[in-house]
Design a protein around this ligand. Structure first.
Ligand code: SAH
Length: 422
C-alpha cells in the first residue's frame, strides 16, 4: 500500500525542509526531523499519554518520511506532543518514544531507557530473571526483553524499534556483559509492520538450553525453541500463590507447557500432579523439569488436547483437590471476544466440575482484550451453570516486572484467579 493511498483525500504532504548545521569547520546540510500533525480533535488516548498514534488520527505528514524513521508529532496548532518512530505501512502510524522535546533519539537514548528499566526492576527486588523491558510500559513501544540471569531474549515487534536493534544489543552488552543474546522475532505480528519472521543469535552462539532458578526451583528454558521468549515470566508470583492450597493435594494442571506451575505444586507438597499439554516437546521438558528438582515421583505428564480431556474427564466424574488452567490467548481481535469468552466459560465450567467440594480452581487468562471484570463475570457464569458456589481466594495480574499503566490496556493483560469451589 502506498503512503498516499493510506490517506486518500485527508493528508496533505508538506515540502521537506532543510536547515544548516555547522559540522567541524564546514557547513553541512542536515535534514530536519520530519513532522506529523494530528487532527484538530485529539483522542483521549493520546491526551492521556498513550504512545500509539493511529493513521486516522493524523491530519498531515511531512513529505518523504522514511519508514521506520524518527518523527516529531504536533497538535494541529503546532504544540509539541512527542517524538517517536513512524511506519506508514502500519495501522499504528507513530509510536512515541518520548514526550520530551529536548531528547535526542540516538544510541545513548536506548542505553538510558534500558538502564532505567533495570534500575526499576532492581528496586522491585529482581536479581536474576525478569522481563527487563515490557514495551510501552517501559516507554519503549514494541520492544520486549526478557532477562534470564546472564542470557537475554529480545523481540523487536515493529519496524521503528527493529532498526535500533544494534543500539539495544550494545546497551545490553554495556549494562550486563551477557553470556548471550538471542532474538525471538519469529512472531506473526511483525508481518503487520512489513518485517520478516526470524530468530537467531545476536551474540556469538551459545547453548540455548539454560537452567533458571525461580522460587527455589530449577527450571530448564529453551530460548531457541520454547514458546514466545522461552518462558512465561509473567506468572512468577502467581506460581507462588498456590503454595498452601496444593499441600497434600491431587492436582491437575491443564495447558502446563514446561510444567512450571506443576513443578511448583509438587515442590509445595502436592501428593500427585498430572500435567496436560498438546505439545509433545513441552511435555518432554516438563518431565525434565520435574526430574531436575527430584520431583519425578510426583509429577506425571500427558501430551493430549486439554479441551477434550477436561470434557471427557468431567463427564466421567474424575475429581481433584486442585485444578489449574492456563490456556493460551483465545483471541487477538475485538471481533471475536464473545467467542473467546465462551471458550473461557467452557473450560472453566469443566475445570470446576473436576474439583472436589471445598477444593480449588486456579485459572488464568492472558487475552488482553478480556478485561479483569469480563473474566470474573465469565467465571461466575460458569459456576452458575456448574451449580457450584465460589469463594475468591485471590485475584492477581502479572508480576511487577510487567508494570501496568492504567488506560494503556495492552499493559494490563494477565488475569490470575484462585477460587474455592463449594
Ligand atoms: N502454564 C504455563 C504456560 C501455558 S502457555 C507456564 O506457566 O509456563 C499455554 C500452553 O497451552 C502452551 O504450552 C500450549 O502448547 C498449550 N496448548 C494450546 N492448545 C492446547 C490444547 N488444545 N490442549 C492442551 N494444551 C494446549
Amino acid at each position: 500500500m502506498s503512503y498516499k493511498n493510506l490517506y486518500t483525500g485527508r493528508v496533505a504532504l508538506r515540502q521537506g525542509k532543510f536547515s544548516l548545521f555547522p559540522v567541524g569547520d564546514s557547513l553541512t546540510f542536515a535534514p530536519m526531523t520530519k513532522k506529523v500533525y494530528l487532527n484538530k480533535k485529539i483522542s483521549r488516548r493520546i491526551e492521556g499519554g498513550h504512545p500509539w498514534i493511529f493513521a486516522n488520527e493524523v491530519n498531515m505528514v511531512d513529505e518523504d518520511v522514511e519508514a521506520g524513521g524518527i518523527v516529531e508529532v504536533y497538535t494541529h496548532d503546532k504544540k509539541f506532543v512527542g517524538k517517536g518512530y513512524i511506519n506508514p505501512q502500519s495501522q499504528i502510524l507513530v509510536r512515541l518514544l518520548t514526550r520530551d522535546k529536548s531528547a535526542t533519539i540516538d544510541e545513548s537514548f536506548f542505553y538510558g531507557r534500558l538502564k532505567e528499566a533495570w534500575e526499576y526492576r532492581q528496586r522491585l527486588g529482581y536479581t536474576e530473571n525478569c522481563r527487563l523491558v515490557f514495551g510501552e510500559a517501559d516507554f519503549l513501544p514494541a520492544l520486549i526483553i526478557d532477562k534470564f540471569n546472564d542470557y537475554f531474549v529480545i523481540q523487536t515487534l515493529s519496524l521503528g524499534i527493529d532498526r535500533w536493534k544494534p543500539a539495544i544489543v550494545k546497551a545490553l552488552e554495556q549494562l550486563f556483559q551477557p553470556k548471550g543474546i538471542y532474538e525471538r522475532n519469529d512472531v506473526p505480528v511483525r508481518e503487520l509492520e512489513g518485517l520478516p519472521q526470524q530468530k537467531g543469535f545476536l551474540t556469538a552462539p551459545f547453548d540455548t538450553r539454560i537452567v533458571i532458578r525461580e522460587n527455589g526451583l530449577q527450571l530448564q528454558v529453551d530460548l531457541e525453541n520454547g514458546q514466545k521468549t522461552g518462558y512465561f515470566l509473567d506468572q512468577h508470583d502467581n506460581r507462588r500463590a498456590i503454595r498452601h492450597i496444593v499441600k497434600g493435594a491431587d492436582v491437575l494442571g491443564a495447558f502446563c507447557y514446561t510444567g512450571s506451575f506443576e513443578t511448583h505444586a509438587a515442590y509445595y507438597g502436592a501428593k500427585s500432579v498430572l500435567g496436560l499439554d498438546i505439545s509433545e516437546n513441552a511435555v518432554l521438558q516438563a518431565r525434565h523439569n520435574a526430574a531436575l528438582n527430584g520431583l519425578e515421583g510426583i509429577c506425571r505428564y500427558e501430551a493430549v488436547n486439554a479441551f477434550d480431556a477436561l470434557k471427557q474427564w468431567s463427564r466421567e466424574g474424575r475429581q481433584y483437590d486442585v485444578v489449574m488452567l492456563d490456556p493460551p490467548a483465545f483471541t487477538k481481535s475485538r471481533g471475536t471476544i464473545e467467542k473467546a469468552l465462551t471458550g473461557y466459560k467452557e473450560i472453566n465450567l469443566r475445570g470446576m466440575k473436576l474439583v472436589k467440594k471445598g477444593g480449588f480452581l486456579v485459572t488464568s487468562s492472558c487475552t488482553n482484550l478480556v478485561s479483569p471484570e469480563m473474566f470474573l463475570e465469565t467465571i461466575q457464569q460458569a459456576a452458575k451453570d456448574a451449580r457450584r458456589q465460589l469463594r475468591q481466594v485471590s485475584f492477581q495480574a502479572q508480576a511487577s516486572d510487567h508494570p501496568i499503566i492504567q488506560g494503556w490496556e495492552n499493559t494490563n493483560y494477565l488475569k490470575f484467579l484462585i477460587v474455592q469451589v463449594l
